[in-house]
Design a protein around this ligand. Structure first.
Ligand code: COA
Length: 335
């Protein structure tokens, strides 16, 4: 196939929504033994947004609405809604169907995808595959999370890291260059970062039916995850560049999953690339899992930092273990 000129999904609009309530590090220090200084030094996070009245669905809808508005399209034009989430409000109906209802996207089908913090990247790749195959033309891709519900607020190893929010991009089919992604999973490393589901509370679970039953929370071996991220993310970026016959110098921005500023710094160092090409906003939001990449993309877009023609690498990593990188060209239509 000629990958130079074919049908590809181009981002025509972005959006984001975070909860109103801001929780800073000092507030967390009232819950567990920690300090603002420790959290900032080890993670780069200063504050995060925590859902009170907001839900995964409500934030996904708002982010999707903004992306649609910027793209200048009506809800009826959307063919597919993909929501990446590890923290949906309900097991079913899926978040994408709720979003479809609230947006009035009557012609869209929709489904959710869970690849934890790699979720947005994997959903973006799925959308691109559908578009380049000619199956769908207009796809809304959303990453939305209410991780605060899955966090053990007595565990200082994890509760300092995460935040809630949603981000979205609206992709439309256009002729252009098709970039191949790098995407990986390694289930053998899965125990490093887990959050049990219904099996932990079902009738077969330990202490089922008693007040002793285990409430599913995020559990993590921080050091293992850290080492995994700084080893695998640079490899995935090198791989995606090679696959697409590009070099690091052809890339204007590296938009990484926003988990920890030390991870982003280490990746930039390993790639011998200027840290200025690695924008970060995790200080404001913490790790919002599948929402972090589209929230950052939206912020850069709305602040006029991205220029048409620029090439961007998106790179994600997280539970699974899962990781990968994708390339896109920024060509948002002039307003
Ligand atoms: N506040 C204060 N002290 C803390 C603390 C906290 N919130 N959490 C841990 N500590 C203590 C530890 O108990 C330990 O004390 P000790 O030396 O007396 O035993 C010390 O600080 C160092 O802990 P350690 O776990 O080695 O810290 P670290 O430098 O590895 O940082 C993380 C911990 C979690 C910040 C870091 O491992 C990390 O960011 N990992 C990746 C996590 C991630 O990104 N997950 C999501 C991926 S999608």
């Amino acid at each position: 196939m000629n990958r130079e000129q074919t049908i590809t999904g181009v981002i025509c609009g972005t959006g984001a929504c975070v909860p109103e309530k801001v929780m800073d590090n000092n507030e967390i220090a009232q819950l567990v033994e920690t300090s603002d200084q420790w959290i900032r030094e080890r993670t780069g996070v200063a504050r995060r947004h925590i859902a009170k009245k907001e839900t995964t669905v409500s934030m996904a809808v708002e982010a999707g609405r903004q992306a649609m508005e910027e793209a200048g399209i009506c809800p009826e034009e959307i063919d597919l809604i993909l929501v990446a989430s590890a923290s949906p409000d309900q097991v079913f109906p899926c978040t994408a169907c709720r979003v479809q209802e609230f947006l009035g996207a009557v012609n869209a089908s929709g489904f959710d995808l869970n690849a934890a913090c790699s979720g947005f990247l994997f959903a973006y790749n799925t959308a691109q595959a559908y578009i380049s195959a000619g199956v769908f033309r207009t796809v809304l891709v959303i990453g939305a999370e209410c991780l605060s519900r899955l966090v053990d607020w007595q565990d200082r190893n994890t509760c300092i890291l995460f935040g809630d929010g949603a981000g979205a991009v609206l992709l439309r089919a256009q002729s252009g260059r098709l970039y191949l992604p790098a995407a990986h999973s390694d289930g053998t490393g899965g125990s490093a970062l887990t959050c049990d589901g219904t099996a932990a509370i079902g009738p077969g679970a330990e202490n089922a039916g008693t007040s002793e039953r285990k409430i599913p929370y995020i559990e993590m071996n921080g050091k293992e995850v850290f080492q995994f991220a700084i080893r695998k993310v640079p490899q995935a970026i090198e791989e995606v560049l090679e696959k697409n016959h590009l070099t690091k110098d052809d890339i204007d921005w590296f938009i990484l999953h926003q988990a920890n500023s030390r991870i982003v710094d280490a990746v930039a160092r390993r790639l011998k690339t200027d840290i200025k090409k690695f924008p970060m906003n995790l200080q404001e939001y913490g790790n919002t899992s599948s929402a972090s990449i589209p929230i950052l993309l939206n912020e850069l877009n709305r602040n006029g930092i991205l220029n048409n023609g620029q090439r961007i690498v998106l790179a994600g990593f997280g539970a699974g273990l899962s990781w990968g990188a994708s390339i896109l060209e920024w060509k948002i239509p002039e307003k």
